[in-house]
Design a protein around this ligand. Structure first.
Ligand SMILES: *[C@@H]1O[C@H](CO)[C@@H](O)[C@H](O)[C@H]1NC(C)=O
Ligand SMILES: *[C@@H]1O[C@H](CO)[C@@H](O)[C@H](O)[C@H]1NC(C)=O
Length: 723
């Protein structure tokens, strides 16, 4: 213990500066440019062995873990410093600027820095989220804004530099880099013959392989173009080439040579970088701001086996709004003025109201990650929202990943749920899945939505039937869209009939928590199936099928009575539901109960809600409530689902324990939803990272009556964008 303290003290002395503060929390990884499954760059933080969380001195990383080389240098009165990344330039590491503080909101990460009490810097990363404006949401781009001002009222001579490396085109791929078989080509869009005043470096993999991301097994896209851009002002210079040369040119002269290196080569062969420099001249009290954008442009995004029964290429939705990559990049760069944080404010307001500061700490960290797990595709007339089951196996449109995520979409814009469900319905209604229960996913490997025409794929029969029916009704209620229910009635009825046979006594099978293995008679799984039968009764009623409505509600009520007898352990000191009917020493988070509340069914008696709410605090560990009695893993999304329907004091407990985990975890990957409630590490021996299921953290906000939240987001955006 003493030794440990000594090390910490020496570390602090060696740094020679006050440690950065982190507000509202210090997350395991800080979102930098996080906008799609492929534009996903984070600052790894982790707490083991040191402070962590400083932008200067740490390489940003793709969600998988490999570096996305992204560098920031600054010269102040002739002396050079690093403000982003960890570049070694001809054997010298320029000293890091001091990070004073870090702060995040739903769409922004801001680092405040001090350069030897001469210059103050604010470095802000913005990945915009505009759920009710599909044109903006369709752009796969992220902003980096750097503001500098004098720290001591004196004026200082300042030059600013940043580059991206070719690693962005094969993000996270340390091994692949060595392969000469994977050459990279790059050119610069001519800077000053300019595209409407925007200068861009453009780079891409020479061997474009559409719809492939698995060639190297590292989840980066093997097709599409990358653009690193800034305003083409007179004080701007650019250069592409070997990292050492380009960066040294800046260190030596404060500017770049306006030259391009067009020698195609492997990414780690003299590491090509794409540099941009700005001579800011004499900087005084007035801040000077420079804006950079990183954009990933793929014409086609998904290969889809849908309604026609034959596989087609689905374009990125932005191609419906912009004629060319250049138009896209130009629009995005100039649109920054509209990024006034309206969504941040709406979410802050609603999260504080729904659960206080801890709840805001959790939800605001989840927004970019949730929206970066999905991608708008298709056309204006027929948009799709494709979802990637990031990190757990890379499946596409996984129904039990879509399902935990829906609260954020219900809150922010319910139509997005229809755009996620549509491809699943299209594929199955075309007769492309021969089972009587719902498909688990639309493809084993994103972005190939080719389905499972032979009926194979992972099997979660009760789970996915329940998820589809509940998600469909949740969307239809919020969007007042009865026709969607009529349109898909036959398939939903087929699934309901399956649930009537299989839900009350579920066979030995997987639930969504497949890392826990198979189990018969899962209490929480059965509850989902029964709730879905009642949901089908509501659906039948809405579309005028009264006989079906009566039939299904009678069955659901009969089942829920039987379920209570099988599920509730009355012999325990505090009664609670079991994990499976046959084990009275078991327990589990009864998160599927949330669906009863979400849909306003009132199928399950209030006594069950109260009983669980009183029970959870008695089994809570240091960092949360275990998912079930098998081990100390839990799911953050399911905790937030269970929390949303608990008493205020139990909600407070869930929220505060999860914030404790966020601040304490030694994990360095993007917000894991599978955590250990005792060690604060990953849960269950698997590293779940960057999964869109963190959208489930919005469970309490999605319960707001008739999408009050969505309305507020619309209004906030309308105010900002029409201003
Ligand atoms: C950085 O942001 C803070 C908070 O908005 C502001 O007070 C400060 O003036 C900014 N500093 C610079 C250099 O822009
Ligand atoms: C599942 O529960 C039913 C009803 O209690 C019981 O008859 C059956 O034996 C259970 N199955 C297993 C595998 O324990």
């Amino acid at each position: 213990m003493k030794y440990h303290l000594l090390v910490v003290t020496l570390g602090a002395l060696a740094c020679g500066a006050l440690a950065s503060t982190f507000t509202p929390a210090r997350p395991p990884a800080i979102p930098l440019a996080v906008k799609s499954p492929y534009l996903s760059s984070w600052l790894p933080v982790g707490k083991d062995g040191g402070a962590g969380g400083t932008l200067a001195g740490t390489w940003p990383q793709f969600w998988v873990g490999g570096n996305t080389g992204w560098t920031g240098l600054i010269k102040v009165d002739g002396k050079s410093y690093t403000w982003m990344g960890n570049p070694r330039i001809n054997n010298v590491f320029p000293p890091n600027v001091d990070q004073i503080s870090f702060e995040y909101t739903s769409t922004r990460s801001t680092f405040m820095m001090n350069v030897e009490n001469k210059i103050l810097m604010n470095v802000t990363f913005v990945s915009p989220t505009t759920p009710t404006d599909l044109r903006r949401q369709s752009v796969i781009g992220s902003y980096l804004e750097v503001t500098v001002a004098s720290a001591d009222r004196q004026s200082h001579n300042v030059q600013l530099y940043t580059d991206t490396s070719a690693e962005w085109a094969a993000a996270g791929n340390g091994n692949k880099l060595a392969q000469a078989s994977n050459p990279l080509s790059f050119i610069s869009v001519p800077c000053f013959s300019n595209q409407n005043g925007i200068a861009s470096h453009r780079f891409w993999l020479q061997q474009q392989s559409e719809f492939n991301q698995d060639v190297d097994g590292n989840d980066d896209a093997d097709w599409g173009y990358w653009y690193y851009s800034t305003a083409a002002t007179a004080s701007m210079t650019y250069e592409s080439g070997t990292d050492q040369n380009v960066r040294q040119h800046f260190l030596s002269t404060g500017k770049l040579q306006n030259t391009e290196d067009t020698n195609y080569r492997a990414i780690n062969n003299d590491w090509p970088v794409f540099g941009l420099a700005n001579d800011l001249g004499n900087v005084g009290d007035d801040g000077i701001t420079t804006l950079y954008t990183i954009v990933h442009a793929q014409q086609n995004a998904i290969s889809f086996n849908g309604a026609g029964g034959k596989t087609v290429s689905v374009p990125s939705l932005w191609t419906s709004y912009f004629r060319s990559d250049a138009d896209l990049v130009n629009f995005f760069h100039n649109d920054y003025v509209n990024e006034v944080g309206a969504v941040d404010h709406a979410i802050a307001h609603d999260a504080l109201a729904a659960g206080g500061q801890d709840y805001l700490t959790i939800t605001s960290l989840s927004v970019r990650q949730a929206f970066a797990g999905v991608q708008l595709c298709g056309t204006i007339d027929k948009p799709y929202l494709f979802l990637k089951e990031i990190s757990s196996d890379g499946n596409l449109q996984t129904v039990d990943v879509l399902f935990p995520s829906i609260p954020i979409f219900l809150y922010a814009n319910p139509i997005l749920i229809k755009y996620m469900l549509d491809p699943l319905y299209e594929n199955q209604e075309a007769g492309l899945f021969p089972q009587k229960y719902s498909i688990h996913d639309l493809g084993s490997h994103y972005p190939q939505a080719t389905g499972h025409p032979s009926g194979d794929g992972e099997e979660m029969p009760v789970e996915e039937c329940g998820n589809m029916i509940i998600s469909t009704l949740a969307y239809a209620q919020r969007a007042a869209d009865k026709s969607y229910l009529s349109q898909h009635y036959p398939l939903m009825q087929q699934w309901t009939e399956f649930l009537v046979t299989d839900a009350l006594i579920p066979d030995n099978q997987l639930s969504t928590d497949d890392f826990q293995g198979r189990l018969a008679n899962q209490t929480n799984l059965a509850l989902k199936g029964i709730i879905a039968i009642e949901a089908m009764s509501v659906i039948a009623k809405l579309v005028g099928k009264d006989a079906d409505a009566t039939k299904y509600t009678n069955i659901a009520h009969d089942y829920i009575n039987k379920w209570q007898k099988l599920a509730v352990v009355t012999t325990a000191k505090l009664p609670h539901t079991n994990l499976d009917y046959q084990d009275s020493n078991s327990h589990g988070l009864l998160y599927n109960l949330y669906a009863d509340k979400l849909l306003g069914l009132n199928l399950v008696p209030q006594s069950i809600y109260d009983m669980q709410s009183e029970f959870y605090p008695t089994i809570a560990q240091e960092y949360g409530v275990p998912l079930d009695s098998r081990n100390t893993a839990t799911k953050t999304d399911w905790q937030m689902w269970a929390s949303a329907i608990s008493s205020p004091s139990t909600q407070t407990m869930f929220n505060s324990l999860l914030v404790k985990w966020i601040n304490a975890t030694p994990t360095k990957g993007p917000f894991s939803d599978l955590i250990d409630v005792v060690t604060s590490g990953y849960g269950g021996g698997q590293q779940f990272r960057a999964r869109p299921v963190v959208g489930g953290h919005f469970a309490a906000m999605a319960l707001a009556p008739t999408s009050a939240g969505a309305k507020r987001v619309v209004e906030a955006q309308g105010r900002a964008w029409n201003a």
